[in-house]
Write a protein that binds this ligand. Sequence first.
Ligand SMILES: Cc1cc2nc3c(=O)[nH]c(=O)nc-3n(C[C@H](O)[C@H](O)[C@H](O)COP(=O)(O)OP(=O)(O)OC[C@H]3O[C@@H](n4cnc5c(N)ncnc54)[C@H](O)[C@@H]3O)c2cc1C
Length: 402
Amino acid sequence: MRIVVIGAGVIGTALAARLGGGAAQVWLLDGGEPGAGTTASSMAWINAHSKAPRHYHELAVSGMRAHAALVHETGPRAYAEDGAFGGMHGGAHGRAGGGSRAGWYRPGGALRWASGGPGLDLLHRTVARLQDWGYAAEWIPVPRARELEPAVRIDDGAQVAYFRDEAAVDPRPLVAHLLATARAGGVHVRTGDAARVVGIDTAGGRVRGVRCAGGETVPADVAVCCAGWRTPAVAALAGAHVPLVPGDAPGSEAPTLLAHLEPAAGGPPLTRMVLTPRLHARPLAGGRVYLEALDLNDEVDQHTPADRVAALARELLARAHHMLPAVADTARLAGGRVCTRPMPPDDNSIVGWNAEAEGLYTVVTHSGMTLSLRLGELVAGELLTGREAPELAPYRPSRFVR
Ligand SMILES: Cc1cc2nc3c(=O)[nH]c(=O)nc-3n(C[C@H](O)[C@H](O)[C@H](O)COP(=O)(O)OP(=O)(O)OC[C@H]3O[C@@H](n4cnc5c(N)ncnc54)[C@H](O)[C@@H]3O)c2cc1C
């Protein structure tokens, strides 16, 4: 069987890594650089915090476990080089090794707090639901939270929840690792504009080949669309309809705002995910910090003028001064930008065979950093064995067919 995976973001590379070494001949095509799409700009918080309904929560929990399993299998080099952390109970994760590594995984959990109002109500509801579902969510005293994360300012009146099994990943090194695994498994990787997919050939209603901008047609029995927010355009090449929230439409809710802080040396670094109603922050390589605020996402789309994006990024910095004074007061704002999420209309993943062309399969999702490795396992299993994975039953493209 010849399988062509279209798109080498975290979804396509995780799938290709699983398909390699099997009975199929596999190609992975990307019209740009692997991992440089939405994946590169992702906050990449590995969590099942706000996923509903229950089956989607469970899929995200299995995604978290798949990340932990990859780290276990890879060993110390999976950890981000400067991924300073200590677990809730004394840093039991233990980083061994040392020396230069290009790892991706940042354990240490997530801290989320609120001081009142709707933010606190929401946090109470979230913790209660997650505890009910058996997820690691607990209330901790403010002094304990300050001990865990000395770089942040937490008001005395705040209530703090700790989610110890959550993590973050650095997208680029994760994708590099998955790509290396795919290549080692014999996957043919083509990237750059010549590999941009411009056609999916069908004959008798079946996929026969994938045409690239460089002129090559890769023969295919199966074409898998993993093109992120551009998936509708790629699937349409074979006549299929994949209904994402249109990423480039004016006013679309798919685009989001983010900014980075480049801190000066000194002061305690941020070491784990921290979330408040006004700001989400996470550590990045080299002591940098990633910033996002959910309410500011409503202010941007792909057409927002650069000066407005810059002003909103400065608002993120202002909020960081309040929440992360030890970092932000000496930091430089390293640009803000707008990035587009692949957003299925019901927020749940779209995974499975498309009815419009035999051999056409789609994998597109929000929360793709969390879900990538688990979806890679499940989808590779379906493609290679022909057996349907029961976990994927709620996510079939057919649910949108009227
Ligand atoms: C600001 C932000 C924060 C986020 N935070 C989180 C988070 O905390 N946790 C989480 O789990 N998820 C998060 N997400 C979502 C997550 O990042 C995405 O779900 C995930 O990165 C999508 O990966 P992908 O591989 O589907 O898409 P992409 O990374 O966009 O990859 C698609 C690839 O397809 C290629 N492509 C497109 N068209 C073609 C074509 N015609 N031919 C060849 N190649 C093509 C592109 O070049 C690209 O490399 C966030 C997203 C954003 C934007």
